[in-house]
Design a protein. Structure first.
Length: 342
């Protein structure tokens, strides 16, 4: 009597497909790596040199995902941009403390290895790393049948950066009468998509047929690394904040000292069309402000004398503009007036 043998492949895990994916990543990263010393893809760990030009270096680490924006990618069957999102969500946090991103690692967990889908995601990650001037040095792909539904997956990213001890941005650098500047976002970035998906479902909107939403919902997060690091090198920044989940108030609160308050004039904010569209769909001002960036992707806190110098480091589309000022107070953040949604 022949007994049926149990195998990993019959259980839903295809090691050969995973190996082929690793080979693809190794090949594509080796082309971009050029003459760099270490080839980390496929090993157990990543080995890298510590840059010698940073005095008294401190390591800064960040991790994040892209949330339920993944479901938008699944609906549209477009996977080449969420990798950029993945890199952006971590490196935009690293630079808040003045760190230069050096290395990036990814984790992809999926129901079943789909090489076309995974290759698209990796190409996006590599593009995000190129924009950030950091290197993809490793990662992990886990095939997990029974954990995810058919076609479903999740991704997470991990970034490592360095900053000189003397260059670390901290709360003590924020002073009364400093200006608060808004750096425009390029859209939703990777926050608030559970609310958006609920709205789309309730209103029965087919985003595959809606040209505006099809473009806006999958637009990759703006990466601010190059501009912020240039400002750091010129000693033009007192502090900054990445405006992600929680909106302006919660994220600026994280960088404020106890004795000062960031007073922000909301009517000075210039909302993008996607936020105007959301606002028209029965979402309150309070909900908009605590869920979305509303057009402000990054905030800078600077000396008034540095304002004009700072704007020169940004392209026209992302020129920082004045939205507030640092005052005495214990509330940390104070939002005045309302955003003009018209």
């Amino acid at each position: 009597m022949n007994k049926k043998l149990f195998t990993y492949k019959k259980s839903g895990v295809n090691i050969k497909a995973a190996d082929n994916f690793v080979k693809f990543i190794s090949n594509i990263t080796s082309k971009k790596r050029g003459k760099k010393k270490f080839n980390n893809i496929g090993g157990f760990g990543s080995i890298n040199d510590i840059p010698k030009n940073i005095k008294n270096p401190k390591i800064v680490t960040c991790t994040d995902g892209v949330g339920t924006k993944i479901e938008i990618a699944n609906i549209l069957r477009k996977y080449d941009t969420i990798g950029i999102d993945l890199v952006a969500m971590s490196v935009n946090d690293l630079i808040v403390q003045g760190a230069k991103p050096l290395f990036f690692l990814d984790y992809i967990s999926i129901n079943k290895i789909d090489l076309i889908k995974l290759k698209s995601i990796i190409k996006g990650i590599l593009k995000g790393c190129k924009i950030s001037n950091c290197e993809l040095v490793g990662g992990e792909t886990a095939e997990m049948p029974g954990t995810y539904e058919k076609g479903k997956f999740d991704i997470a990213g991990f970034a490592v950066g360095l900053v000189s001890k003397k260059k670390i941005l901290n709360k003590s650098m924020i002073k009364e009468d400093n200006l608060i500047l808004a750096v425009p976002s390029n859209g939703l970035h990777s926050n608030g998509f559970s609310l958006i998906r609920n709205l789309i479902e309730k209103k029965r909107i087919d985003i595959k047929k809606n040209r505006f939403l099809k473009k806006e919902l999958i637009r990759p997060t703006k990466i601010y690394v190059n501009e912020i690091l240039q400002l750091m090198n010129k000693n033009l920044l007192n502090s900054c904040a990445n405006i992600t989940g929680g909106g302006l108030k919660d994220n600026i609160k994280r960088i404020m000292p106890n004795n000062l308050c960031a007073k922000i004039d909301l009517k000075k904010i210039v909302p993008l069309e996607i936020f105007k569209w959301l606002k028209k769909n029965n979402i309150s001002d309070n909900e908009m402000l605590k869920t979305f960036n509303c057009g402000v992707g990054f905030c800078l806190i600077v000396k008034a004398s540095n304002f004009k110098k700072i704007t020169k480091f940004f392209p026209k589309k992302y020129k920082p503009y004045l939205i507030g000022k640092i005052i005495q107070g214990s509330s940390k953040v104070e939002l005045d007036d309302k955003i003009n949604w018209s």
